[in-house]
Design a protein around this ligand. Structure first.
Ligand SMILES: [Zn+2]
Length: 271
């Protein structure tokens, strides 16, 4: 399999999947170990990833899943038995939704070992415990419960999870009590990270510092329009936009559409 890992900063490698431009990030410890964030997506790509790591003399020492969606909680036997962490709320959500996660993985990326999908250890700590470069976690509930971005202060790389994408609009967790509020809190936490030089979105392309700021303001503008019931003008909904993304956008618009005066919102959550 062709080399798929690209070094975006010293000791930080990124691979991009054929499936929805899903990214995998690898951080080198310097001693042959590495931190693997969101290994994805297909069986062949995970095999290529483990071969690519082995070819560089690397083995996963620890892993992190940014959030409890099927395409971010995959693993393979060849990647070894490193502890795989996620935020506590993400682990709970992955357990609750286990059947759905397994079904989605089987449909979209068949052939993974079901026993290894979503086997996560809850971590409630400000950083991932390992012997490599400091890897701070920024946890919030925008997009999914216990969504944990990873910031590497040494290189200024922010692994944003499913936020700050150049190809995807903000995807709200519509099962949450306050999807918009949770997403805005997440964006605020990411915006507050000082020293971001590159951003790695869960789906899309790596962006520089200016691109990071641009994506934050595009996301904020999207959410403002949604909240106000205004038409959304977002370049990510343009000609290249996949059908599922447009459908998700329409569902989000429906959720926040202003009811006619005097009517309560249809299907609104009580309280
Ligand atoms: Zn996701």
């Amino acid at each position: 399999m062709a080399e798929m890992l690209t070094e975006i900063a010293p000791g930080v490698l990124v691979a991009t999947s054929s499936y929805d431009l899903t990214t995998t990030t690898v951080v080198l410890s310097g001693g042959g170990g590495c931190l693997v964030i969101d290994p994805a997506v297909t069986v062949a790509e995970l095999a290529g990833l483990s071969a690519g790591l082995a070819g560089r003399g690397l083995r996963p020492a620890v892993a992190w899943s940014t959030h409890p969606h099927w395409d971010h909680v995959l693993w393979s036997r060849e990647l070894g038995d490193a502890p795989r962490y996620a935020a506590a709320a993400a682990v709970r959500a992955a357990q609750t939704a286990r059947d759905a996660i397994l079904a989605q993985a089987a449909e979209s990326a068949p052939g993974h070992d079901r026993l290894l999908i979503g086997r996560l250890i809850p971590l409630d700590a400000p950083a991932i415990p390992w012997h490599g470069p400091t890897a701070e976690v920024i946890v919030h509930d925008g997009h999914a419960p216990g969504h944990g971005a990873v910031f590497l202060p040494g290189t200024g790389v922010l692994v944003a999870g499913d936020m700050c994408s150049d190809v995807e609009i903000p995807l709200l967790d519509l099962d949450a009590t306050d999807p918009l509020g949770a997403y805005r809190t997440g964006l605020r936490r990411l915006a507050a990270v000082a020293g971001v030089r590159q951003v790695v979105p869960g789906h899309g392309h790596v962006g520089d510092a200016a691109g990071f700021r641009r994506r934050l303001s595009m996301d904020a503008a999207y959410l403002d329009a949604l909240a106000a019931g205004r038409p959304v003008r977002d370049p990510r909904l343009g000609g290249q936009c996949p059908q599922w993304l447009r459908g998700t956008h329409e569902a989000q618009v429906r959720r926040y559409r202003r009811p006619p005066r005097g009517l309560s919102p249809p299907g609104g959550r009580p309280g």
